[in-house]
Write a protein of this length. Structure first.
Length: 149
């Protein structure tokens, strides 16, 4: 049975040059990963935060246009969540109550900045629904985001 709490926990780790060294996206209710916990780290690790922020989520999620909808939604969602966290770190967006990202804690440890935050899945779901990839994606997005797809 799917959980009613669909908020998620995002952790972003940047080195002292603002390059991504790690991140994790998991469900707040159970700690379970959303897809894979760091689905895009192999592709995005080492990139500067501004380079990641400049990525177009639709193009990045499926550059060759050959992924099924579930894979696309997960990649799209991971990038949107990561970009949302990076916007808060960079000061482009607030990270408080009522925002897409609500900062829980920011720490500096061994030359790394670590952001722990809660992601408002409703905001990300709206972006996924309006991406225009396909007519059936909105329903699939809701299932994937709820953990039932």
């Amino acid at each position: 049975m799917p959980c009613d709490d669909v908020t998620e926990i995002l952790q972003v780790v940047l080195d002292d040059g603002n390059h991504l060294t790690g991140y994790a996206l998991s469900k707040r209710s159970c700690g379970r990963a959303v897809g894979e916990k760091a689905l895009l780290l192999e592709e995005l690790g080492g990139r500067h935060e501004e380079e990641i922020l400049a990525l177009d989520p639709e193009v990045f999620a499926d550059p060759a246009g050959n992924l099924d909808d579930a894979e696309f939604v997960l990649r799209f969602k991971h990038l949107l969540a990561l970009q949302s966290g990076l916007r808060v770190i960079a000061g482009h967006e607030p990270g408080g109550e009522g925002n897409a990202v609500r900062v829980g804690q920011v720490t500096w440890d061994a030359g790394e900045l670590i952001l722990d935050a809660v992601i408002s899945v409703d905001v990300i779901t709206e972006k996924i629904e309006s991406c225009g990839r396909c007519k059936g994606c909105a329903g699939l997005a809701k299932k994937v985001l709820a953990g039932t797809g």
